[in-house]
Design a protein around this ligand. Structure first.
Ligand code: GTP
Ligand code: MG
Length: 307
């Protein structure tokens, strides 16, 4: 291996719904982390690996940390907080991702949302990048100036970087900057590996993404997905997958199923399409909905050992 090879870890952290998972996927060039329009989608640390000839950058997408501690209660909340701060401790460089459009519309929310990060980064020796995301949402870029000034005041050593993760605008340049910030070192993963998450976990996540997309308000937050049966039939190039969507209440079960089963059917159709793309073969997907009032207390339903 040539001496100039760089390798290191980068954490993506920040408030919920800022676009951390969208940015992770854009940097990797493939979907490794689910994305929804609802906050607190990501529940675990998700690793995405970006390999180039002379560098490997390992990205850690983390759960968004809600400013209101009540929103992060219980074992699940605890796990989300832990996943985020632990990832920070192992990173060589830090990206804090922010929704620029939100703080341009509501500047008063900025301090509230970044207070804990500001504290954590105050004495930081490692490179910190503040990703000012979603710049596609407003045409007049001058609108960003007060936000950029405030961020510069708060974190003078950090590099401010406006971009649009959704439109992949500014991604290549960001990647270059991150590679330059990595220490020299050998690759830590095979160069064709994109994530450390097991395929079964990714499939459960895809189903959870569709549940988030199709259900309103609190229902997605009380659901978890478990793959119960996985059977590969090589001669048919087919995989049979049985998955259970756990809900906390029977009223939620009815909502997940929908009138005459329409909602669950749609969730299944969309999930199957994405899973087929992921595993590159035909998929027969069966979904079941089960009520498990205390699943939120059963940490093993949503904890995956990913490294
Ligand atoms: N317009 C626009 N929308 C974006 C951009 N990046 C992300 N989004 C949208 O913002 C929403 C949240 O994106 P995610 O990537 O799930 O955000 P996250 O920070 O991972 O959220 P949590 O995991 O819930 O903390 C989704 O609806 C995305 O499509 C962007 O650059 N522009
Ligand atoms: Mg996310």
């Amino acid at each position: 291996m040539a001496k100039s090879h760089r390798c290191g870890w980068v954490v993506l952290m920040g408030p919920p719904n800022a676009g951390k998972s969208t940015l992770t996927n854009a940097l990797i060039g493939q979907k490794v982390s689910i994305v929804t329009s609802k906050p607190q989608t990501t529940r675990n640390r998700i690793i995405g690996i970006c390999s180039e000839d002379n560098a490997q950058v390992i990205f850690m997408d983390t759960p968004g940390l809600h400013h209101d501690k009540n929103q992060m209660r219980g074992p699940l909340g605890k796990q989300m907080i832990q996943a985020t701060w632990q990832s920070l401790s192992t990173a060589n460089a830090i990206m804090m991702v922010l929704d620029s459009d939100l703080y341009i519309r509501k500047p008063e929310f900025l301090e509230r949302d970044i207070a804990s990060f500001k504290m954590a980064f105050a004495q930081e020796e490692r490179p910190v990048f503040i990703i000012v995301n979603k710049v596609d949402l407003f045409a007049d870029k001058a609108k960003m100036l007060p936000l950029l000034e405030k961020l510069h005041e708060d974190l003078p050593k950090a590099t401010l970087y406006p971009l649009s993760a959704a439109q992949k605008d500014g991604i290549a340049e960001l990647k270059k900057m991150l590679i330059d910030a990595m220490p020299e070192g050998e690759p830590q993963f095979p160069k064709d590996q994109l994530s450390t998450a097991p395929t079964r976990f990714l499939c459960a996540e895809i189903i959870r993404e569709k549940v988030f997309d199709h259900l309103r308000q609190e229902v997605p937050y009380t659901t978890a997905v478990d793959i119960e049966h996985w059977e590969e039939i090589p001669e048919k190039n087919q995989t049979i997958i049985n998955a259970v969507i756990y809900v906390a209440r029977s009223s939620h079960k009815a909502m997940v199923i929908g009138r005459a089963g329409t909602t669950i059917k749609e969730i299944g159709t969309l999930a199957r399409k994405d899973i087929q793309e992921l595993i590159g073969g035909k998929v027969h997907l069966e979904l079941w909905v089960k009520v498990k009032e205390n699943w939120l207390e059963e940490i093993n339903l949503y904890t995956e050992e990913m490294l």
